[in-house]
Design a binder for this molecule. Structure first.
Ligand code: FES
Length: 170
């Protein structure tokens, strides 16, 4: 992990080559001189290689890499619920409780998940396997009620589907 995420030094020493290639790929998609445009995809890359969360050091290193003030990274990372600023479980469940999902039974789904895992929103199971989050609309209202498990959407949820889904997670 440490060698993946070398966080101090000259720009060429920040992160390892594999991570730098991923960051540079996204940075190159935006107009020259506008590195701030790449903050969101770069944060996703760093979160994915850092056990699902972003430390302050990681965000500062990204700011140095992009050549922008640290606050420009912090303000993005703290605004979006998809970014984690403290350690999370091995798997992250993001349950939408916004209006469409609520009308279609997300409260029952929430109760089922909470009972099954023994945790509430914003908590992680004692074995570190799951973190449960309550999130706003994920843009999949047509599949309400729905949740995001790690990187996959699961829609038209029922309590039976929740049992099968969670039991199937390794
Ligand atoms: S309200 Fe749940 S996905 Fe839109």
């Amino acid at each position: 992990m440490t060698e993946m995420l070398q966080l101090t030094g000259h720009k060429d020493q920040l992160f390892n080559e594999t991570v730098r290639q991923q960051l540079d790929n996204w940075i190159s998609k935006y107009p020259p001189g506008q590195p701030q445009s790449a903050v969101i995809p770069c944060l996703h890359i760093l979160q994915n290689v850092h056990e699902g969360w972003l430390s302050e050091g990681l965000m500062r290193a990204l700011a140095d890499y992009l050549g922008i003030p640290a606050i420009s990274v912090f303000e993005v990372a703290t605004f979006y619920t998809m970014f984690e600023l403290k350690p999370v479980g091995q798997h992250k469940i993001s349950l939408c409780t916004n209006i469409s999902c609520q009308l279609c039974g997300s409260q029952d789904i929430a109760r089922r998940i909470q009972k099954k895992l023994g945790i509430g929103f914003g908590q992680t199971t004692a074995d570190g396997k799951f973190t449960l989050k309550e999130v706003e609309c994920l843009g999949a209202c047509v599949g309400a009620p729905m949740l995001l498990l790690d990187h996959d959407y699961h829609e038209h949820l029922t309590e039976e589907k929740i049992d099968a889904l969670l039991d199937g997670v390794k």
